[in-house]
Design a binder for this molecule. Structure first.
Ligand code: C5P
Length: 414
């Protein structure tokens, strides 16, 4: 009996006008090679960088460049165009198109299609580092992410303008892997074959832990789990096989990741040990330092006459335990250090104390909005020193970390 063949997936690629537009040609090629149908829309500015003819030749389809084309509207209206694909991908996404998307403009075919679509949207930003860090762009990115637009990159590197920093578009292979993961939800199997972390396994801890006082009460903290979940997803997109050990959060399980749900620190440790061996461990969870020893089997009654006394016991340190696993120690163990003062000093000491390889330190003092918020400002620490990352969203931190991990393993095996 022959198996029914799934319909090929279709991407609508929107190319906006940046120097990185030439990389979109390679992106089209990579997606086509994986059997994905690619139809392209180009902005007027994009035509300054690549020709519709080359885009059409590679995509083997008509290219849409004009909102007011009678022929295009007769063949396929722009509303239908916006819905004819499974996924819309904006690459490169310039500061300008991101601003227009955030604003809801519909002043050319690209933004009209983006406003009219009912399909998921991904964007691969590409711009000068100062444009990327400008408050206007930061706000536009945050708005778009809140609306569910998924950002791929940008990455740090040399730029066409001669500067260095964040803003360089992710490489086509990385974008293709992210697109395939999004199209091919179960297991990100394609990325697992072609991504930079293909063949690697990772354990990620995320979220708070809840330490029961009695059957209805518990000790907890304000961690949302957003950073850890984003890291699990970014590693999976890079091709790693990821086990996410998640404390209680309101977040959906990330795509393409095996998620183990736990409540307490002890359960989190047990789940991590059960997931060994692994190449990578990233401990992003805000594990409760203490649990209540001898938790009450029945609900403590407030009318019992006396105030309850809680006796605390120290929880196991998951990061330190994984770092000292002997032969089953993951080759790369990464921890976080949430500090409210002397961030660097404390984090450098913590790296040594816990025995991990890298620490991502962040300031969670009042007013920073890091806990539960969208953004994070990271000081990256390894045995050679530290590197200050610019303030960015948690998704961006996750992508940077996944890229750094991939580079680490690429160097290690060369
Ligand atoms: O000691 P502190 O909580 O500041 O350390 C933070 C780092 O250690 C984070 O990476 C966190 O996930 C990890 N940690 C852990 N188990 C604990 C406490 C912290 O894995 N019990």
């Amino acid at each position: 009996m022959s198996e029914a063949k799934a319909d090929p997936k279709r991407v609508l690629l929107i190319i906006s006008g940046g120097i990185a537009a030439y990389k979109s040609l390679e992106l089209i090629r990579l997606l086509r090679r994986q059997g994905v149908g690619v139809r392209c829309v180009m902005t007027k500015a994009a035509e300054q960088f690549v020709t519709p003819l080359s885009v059409s030749a590679l995509s083997e389809d008509k290219v849409y460049t004009d909102l007011f084309s009678l022929t295009d509207e007769a063949e396929m209206g722009h509303i239908q165009l916006s819905r004819s694909a499974d996924l819309l991908v904006v690459a490169p996404a310039t500061a300008d198109i991101l601003a227009r998307m955030a604003n809801g403009n519909a002043n050319d075919i690209a933004t009209t299609v983006l406003l009219a679509t009912d399909k998921p949207v991904m964007a691969a930003p590409a711009m000068n580092v100062r444009m990327w860090t400008h408050a206007a762009t930061r706000a536009n990115i945050a708005t778009l992410q809140q609306r569910g637009v998924e950002m791929i990159g940008p990455v740090e590197g040399d730029m066409a303008c001669g500067e260095f920093g964040f803003g360089r578009m992710s490489e086509p292979a990385e974008i293709a892997a992210a697109v395939m993961a999004r199209l091919d939800t179960p297991g990100t199997q394609k990325a697992a074959q072609t991504g930079p972390l293909a063949g690697r396994s990772a354990i990620v801890t995320s979220g708070p832990t809840h330490e029961p006082i009695d059957p209805v009460r518990y000790i907890a903290n304000r961690s949302s789990g957003r950073q850890g979940h984003a890291i699990a997803e970014a590693l999976a997109r890079a091709g790693a096989q990821v086990t996410l050990v998640a404390g209680p959060t309101r977040l959906a399980d990330p795509v393409g990741v095996e998620t183990v749900h736990v409540e307490t620190a002890q359960q989190m440790l047990d789940a991590c040990l059960a997931a060994l061996p692994a190449d990578i461990a990233v401990c992003a969870a805000a594990v409760a330092d203490w649990r209540v020893s001898g938790k009450a089997e029945q609900k403590l009654k407030k009318d019992s006459g006396a105030l309850p006394t809680l006796t605390l016991a120290e929880n196991p340190d998951i990061l330190a335990t994984l770092s000292r696993q002997g032969p089953t120690r993951p080759r790369l163990v990464v921890g976080f250090a949430a500090e409210t003062e002397a961030v660097l000093e404390h984090a450098i000491a913590k790296r040594k104390r816990k025995g991990c390889d890298w620490i991502l330190a962040n300031d969670v003092s009042e007013g920073t909005g890091t806990f539960g918020g969208d953004n994070n400002r990271i000081h990256f620490i390894d045995q050679n020193g530290h590197d200050d990352w610019p303030e960015s969203t948690k998704a961006e931190v996750a992508q940077n970390l996944a890229r750094k991990i991939a580079e680490h393993f690429a160097k290690d095996s060369s």
